[in-house]
Design a protein around this ligand. Structure first.
Ligand code: SER
Length: 884
């Protein structure tokens, strides 16, 4: 009997438990406290600190089955999924880890025993091959002399492009972080061909698959050019559960192992496809797993950061679903079955089904329209190309205008054999980013030049002023030992009472002082684990290692605290009134206002806005105390504390609660009673991206001021309308009816007036070469009526040239009309062009009617003479009969 995937996972963990390893659960897909990673992409991520810092290490040997997502960042497999038998976005990585315990020899021997021992995985040794890093003689010798692998089965792999450590056999977690040489174990499906392993390394021999990577963590990459040795050596191994299952279940594709087979079959039942090798089936079966796990981690589809990755995965999945005949806007209907299937193997997902279903349904509704529009444009653009390559600009346009993800467009192009110029796509994207400066300000810190590996104690929850000492000073992005009067810079202290911008709350302002020296703090920001006080020395100077006092602007802080507590009330009230579908997406809390972004698919009606305000103001009147407590993350979850779960928290968390109304995980500062908020008023709601709403609100005196402004405005209107505000509706309705009646009367009058004018001006008709010409100048006449007069004259006289001028106070309109029979000789547009030429006016039109306007008419009668003689010249050669 072949082992199931669940049994294989179990056996792996049992094996390492027997070898003295502690078995730990998978960590979250969202890396904790690690800004360098978007998603957990390897088993070792959760142990990053253990590798880097001996003081932080809690275990010596550990084994896990880690949930990983390789989409975005250094390890990105999204575009390969479906097109290879091995790649996934979401997968499980089996791994054993040693922290300054065993090293190369034991790690290799353990791996070999698990794979080949009859008691364990029982794989034929002849089917296994290994690669080692070119210079790693020690590892080579372990394989050869201790494990006794035939030298034909060992291959040394060097660096690519002569660039040091740029090798398949040198593993790096990301752009920075722990890394080291590695040895990889491969399985050969077809030993008869006993063939060229080196071809596999060039991606040319599909019989081999890599099953296990054993990394010897010895270094820390701190930048693209700098790598430093670590204090001690560690082991990090990774074996894809789906891959080893394919070997042990003797199938040549991950998509044929038990768990995928069942899933693919299920999806095919809802589609028009019976061939289970279909690419779309593979893609959907992979992507639905990622969607479920990401939504479980409280990520919702959005246009940025992790939410955008989820959106891309969902959209790619939906397109493939529609491609195989699942009806538009109905994929969500099969989602419950798929979830049920997947949760069978992951018990902890139970209870989350409803939320997953709801989110996927909303996203599908929103996407259908995008997909249709995007596909139409893409198809038009594809028809236009001649060199089988589509420009990055087009792909960017689709992304920017319709939210049509680039990888979706690439996927479609790939199916049609068309290349995508992704480089120019990224260039366009960068260009736009720079132009609109959309970089989220919280990410700006990641790129900040100030890179200090230090800590600073924040003591500002209780104190407004403390004594501290200076650790670093930065002036113009360089470390200095002294900052003098007039200089701007950033000061780092060992402790502070200044709250740094984080969790939506803006940074404190205030001053740092000692004796007569004063540094005005204009902003406070986080830099890694430390806090920078940004500002300017206004008197004296400050020197590194010296003492100073920190003093925040208490009033400014109080106002921020009031708005922060009000934001918690808003969050709770939104969920109370609109339901639990509301999930926080971000916030901005300043001393003058607050802003709250959250997922909600519809416009919030005025009555709901008012309900929300009522709920919040009632909480304010109750004047409940706002309490802060520290407890374990587990306890906080039991209390149903709300949190921005995209952030990861320490095991001890800070919980802010307002009686039974609101409980939130929060590091921010708060006022101590709800009554301090005074008054809460929502002033705007908007949609910031699809499915994400933003509410802006004011509190206390700012809210009152807003209401006062509204009141003044009403008074102004009241004065204009000359009635009380209670009568506005009646008065405005009356005015609307009055205006309508007046318009009708004016119309009747104007018609009469036009008839009268026509009668009057036809006496001015003259004849040039037998053709009727009417030129007339009006004063302040109704402009639209001039056109009506021309139309009427054309009806009355089947062959005529009309030039009407309307002289207003500061400008002239001129309209020319020529009946069709005469347009062979001259046109209305030509007449207008003469006028424009002599007046620098503006205008245009057609052969039979044209118009212009000018404010620069110095000598009208002269211009009219020019026009008349031009008409004469045009008609000079005319011989035809003219209608009388
Ligand atoms: N970190 C290595 C990998 O992901 C081994 O676990 O391949």
């Amino acid at each position: 009997m072949k082992n199931t995937t669940n049994e294989i996972r179990q056996k792996f963990l049992q094996f390492f438990q027997k070898k003295g390893h502690t078995i730990l659960p998978s960590s979250s897909l969202i890396p904790k406290n690690d800004s360098t990673l978007l998603f957990t992409n390897a088993g070792m991520n959760q142990f990053k600190d253990f590798f880097l810092d001996p003081k932080k290490k809690k275990y010596s040997r550990v084994a896990t089955s880690q949930h990983c997502l390789r989409t975005g960042g250094k390890h990105n497999d999204l575009e390969n999924v479906g097109y290879t038998e091995r790649h996934h976005t979401f997968f499980e990585m089996l791994g054993n880890f040693s922290f300054n315990d065993y090293f190369k020899k034991e790690a290799i021997i353990y791996a070999w025993e698990l794979l080949t021992s009859k008691k364990w995985f029982n794989i034929d040794k002849n089917k296994l091959w290994v690669s080692v890093y070119k210079n790693d003689e020690e590892t080579y010798k372990i394989w050869l002399n201790i494990v006794k692998v035939s030298p034909n089965h060992i291959i040394k792999v060097g660096d690519k492009n002569n660039s040091k450590y740029n090798s398949e056999n040198f593993w790096q977690m990301g752009e920075t972080g722990p890394c080291g040489p590695c040895t990889e174990i491969f399985y050969n499906y077809d030993t008869k061909k006993n063939d060229d392993f080196s071809k596999f390394l060039e991606n040319k021999n599909e019989n081999f698959i890599e099953i296990w990577n054993i990394v010897f963590i010895e270094y820390n990459r701190i930048s693209s050019t700098k790598i430093i040795p670590l204090k001690y050596k560690s082991i990090d191994t990774g074996m894809g559960l789906e891959r080893i299952s394919s070997v042990l279940q003797n199938v040549k594709s991950n998509y044929k192992i038990d768990i995928f087979k069942k899933l693919i079959k299920q999806i095919s039942c809802f589609s028009k496809i019976t061939n289970l090798n279909n690419i779309s089936l593979k893609i959907i079966s992979d992507h639905i797993r990622s969607c479920i796990f990401l939504i479980y981690e409280n990520i919702s589809p959005s246009n940025e950061h992790r939410g955008y990755i989820l959106r891309r995965i969902i959209r790619r999945m939906l397109r493939h679903a529609y491609k195989i005949g699942i009806k538009k806007n109905s994929f969500y209907k099969i989602v419950p079955n798929l979830i049920e299937n997947i949760t069978e193997n992951f018990n902890f997902l139970k209870g989350k089904e409803k939320k997953i279903k709801e989110i996927l349904k909303i996203e599908e509704t929103q996407f259908s329209e995008t997909l249709e529009k995007g596909l139409k444009i893409l198809n038009i653009e594809i028809k236009k190309i001649s060199n089988q390559e589509i420009s990055g600009k087009t792909i960017f346009y689709l992304y920017d205008t319709f939210g049509f993800p680039a990888d979706l467009a690439s996927d479609i192009c790939r199916e049609k054999g068309i290349k995508v110029d992704l480089n120019s796509y990224y260039l366009e994207k960068e260009k736009q980013k720079k132009q609109s400066n959309i970089g989220n300000k919280f990410y700006k810190n990641f790129n900040n030049i100030i890179n200090i590996n230090d800590t600073c104690n924040f003591e500002g929850y209780k104190k407004n002023t403390i004594k501290s000492s200076i650790k670093y000073i930065y002036v113009k992005k360089k470390i200095v030992s002294l900052i003098s009067e007039g200089e701007e810079g950033t000061i780092f202290l060992d402790k502070t009472c200044f709250y740094p911008e984080s969790g939506g709350q803006i940074g404190d302002i205030g001053q740092l002082y000692y004796k007569k020296s004063r540094f005005i703090v204009e902003n406070t920001k986080k830099y890694g684990n430390t806090i920078g006080h940004i500002g300017k020395v206004i008197t004296g100077s400050f020197e590194i290692n010296n003492f100073l006092y920190t003093k925040i602007d208490k009033f400014y802080r109080n106002q921020i605290e009031i708005n922060h507590s009000a934001t918690h009330l808003l969050h709770a009230a939104l969920r109370k009134v609109l339901g639990n579908i509301v999930t926080q997406k971000g916030s901005l809390i300043t001393n003058t206002r607050l802003r709250f972004d959250f997922s909600y698919p519809k416009i919030i009606s005025l009555s709901n806005i008012q309900k929300i305000e009522n709920v919040i103001n009632t909480e304010i009147y109750k004047n409940n105390s706002i309490k802060v407590q520290y407890c374990s993350l587990e306890e906080a979850k039991n209390k149903k504390a709300m949190a921005l779960f995209e952030n990861k928290y320490d095991s001890i968390v800070r919980v802010v609660s307002i009686k039974n109304f609101s409980t939130e995980l929060c590091g921010g500062t708060h006022t101590n009673r709800t009554g301090n908020i005074g008054l809460f008023k929502i002033i705007a709601q908007s949609s910031i991206s699809s499915g994400i709403k933003r509410i802006e609100a004011l509190t206390q005196s700012q809210a009152l001021q807003f209401l006062h402004n509204q009141e003044s405005e009403i008074e102004n209107i009241s004065n204009i309308l000359k009635t009380k505000s209670t009568n506005f509706k009646e008065k405005i309705n009356k005015l609307i009816i009055q205006v309508k009646n007046l318009k009708t009367q004016v119309h009747i009058f104007q018609e009469k007036e036009n008839k009268y004018q026509i009668k009057k001006i036809i006496s001015n008709i003259e004849k040039i070469k037998g053709v009727k010409l009417l030129i007339n100048v009006f004063n302040n006449y109704d402009y639209n009526s001039l056109k009506l007069i021309i139309d009427q004259l054309k009806k009355d006289f089947p062959s005529i040239i009309i030039v009407l001028i309307n002289k207003n106070n500061n400008y002239f309109n001129i309209i020319a009309g020529v009946t069709k029979d005469l347009t062979n000789y001259l046109t209305a547009l030509e007449i207008i062009k003469i006028f424009i030429k002599h007046t620098n006016g503006k205008g245009g039109g057609k052969n039979e009617i044209a118009e212009s306007v000018s404010s620069n008419v110095i000598n009208l009668s002269k211009i009219l003479k020019i026009i008349k003689s031009w008409i004469y010249s045009k008609l000079e050669n005319k011989k035809d009969n003219i209608h009388e």
